[in-house]
Write a protein that binds this ligand. Structure first.
Ligand SMILES: [Zn+2]
Ligand SMILES: [Zn+2]
Length: 326
């Protein structure tokens, strides 16, 4: 299961990180304030060290809990509620330990089990990266994230006593999450579609992607000449939708393409879309960002803002999973 989900999870991480990158004040400003060091995170990790490839040929090693601070800092905006940050910390820790247990040797970077590339493993930034991101607010931001990590120290999610694969995404768009089966074809008992109307209003707004027909067919690898109705825009038809209302498949000419593949090939933000065709172009209107499976980050923040604690947030998105301390 882990291998099947990995690529998509990584895509999810990449997407999450892309939209979360906030350009802070220059690092220079932060350094000028005399903040020499951040509060150390107490080592309550049972001595687990994480080896991480941060650049080609450059490996760093650090205690697990310190690593998790860098992941949460990279994966969520620091403005999120602390209960959402705690939920993210538990998901990041669970993913890390799962990787260390199940895939200690990675083909892409054999010298370290994990890398800091959000397009491959899990996003991570060091304190220099945090200074750059948070600028003047480095100190308070660091303390907020480190506090969330420390409050959940050693906590992981399990299902039937085994670590879960805690996939997550940026925003479900307020539609509720998607069943893992619809995205990866695998039945995962704790990755079912759950209600989520908690994303911020802005995250529930539709986003438009316009493609010329030429670009559309090129990205799909479809021979435009073989689609007779292309010029009139009548060659694309949305077929079935999943139980959560996302596009399951699309008919392009005589071909049936899954919503998941279409999203990937056209680089759409999600499979929750409508398409409008005209003579010149096809316009996609998408809601949400990411594969929509597992924890919805913006939804987690919305729940936290409503007073829901991180353990309940986690068991809402990962139904049947248990919070355990290792
Ligand atoms: Zn990697
Ligand atoms: Zn959501």
């Amino acid at each position: 299961m882990i291998n099947r989900l990995k690529g998509y999870r990584r895509l999810g991480y990449a997407v999450a990180v892309l939209i979360f990158v906030v350009v802070g004040l220059p690092a220079l400003l932060a350094r000028g304030c005399g903040w020499e060091s951040e509060a150390p995170v107490k080592e309550e990790d049972g001595g687990v060290q994480v080896k991480l490839q941060v650049a080609e040929g450059k490996i760093v090693s650090m205690p697990l809990e310190q690593y998790i601070v860098g992941v949460v800092a990279a994966e969520m905006p620091v403005s999120f509620h602390e209960e959402a940050l705690k939920a993210q910390a538990v998901a990041a820790r669970t993913y890390t330990l799962l990787r260390l247990e199940e895939e200690p040797q990675d083909e892409e970077h054999p010298a370290a089990p994990l890398c800091s590339d959000p397009g491959h493993c899990q996003a991570w930034i060091d304190t220099a990266g945090m200074r750059k991101r948070w600028g003047w607010h480095f100190r308070s931001s660091y303390n907020k994230i480190a506090g969330a990590v420390k409050a959940t120290s050693g906590q992981v999610l399990t299902y039937n006593g085994e670590l879960i694969d805690p996939v997550y995404h940026s925003s479900c768009g307020g539609k509720g999450t998607e069943d893992a089966r619809e995205v990866w074809g695998a039945e995962v008992p704790y990755l079912k579609s759950v209600r989520c109307t908690f994303d911020s209003e802005k995250k529930q707004e539709a986003v438009t992607t316009r493609l010329t027909w030429q670009e559309f067919y090129k990205r799909l690898g479809v021979d435009e000449q073989a689609v007779p109705a292309a010029a009139g825009g009548g060659a694309v038809e949305i077929g079935e939708r999943t139980a959560s209302g996302r596009v399951k498949n699309v008919k392009v000419g005589s071909q049936i393409i899954s919503g998941v593949d279409l999203r990937k090939q056209l680089q759409l933000r999600s499979t929750d879309f409508k398409a409008t065709a005209s003579d010149k172009e096809i316009v996609f209107s998408t809601r949400g960002y990411g594969h929509a499976v597992g924890l919805c980050q913006y939804g987690a923040d919305g729940l936290a803002q409503r007073g829901v604690k991180y353990n309940r947030i986690l068991t809402h998105y990962y139904q049947g999973a248990k919070l355990e301390t290792r």
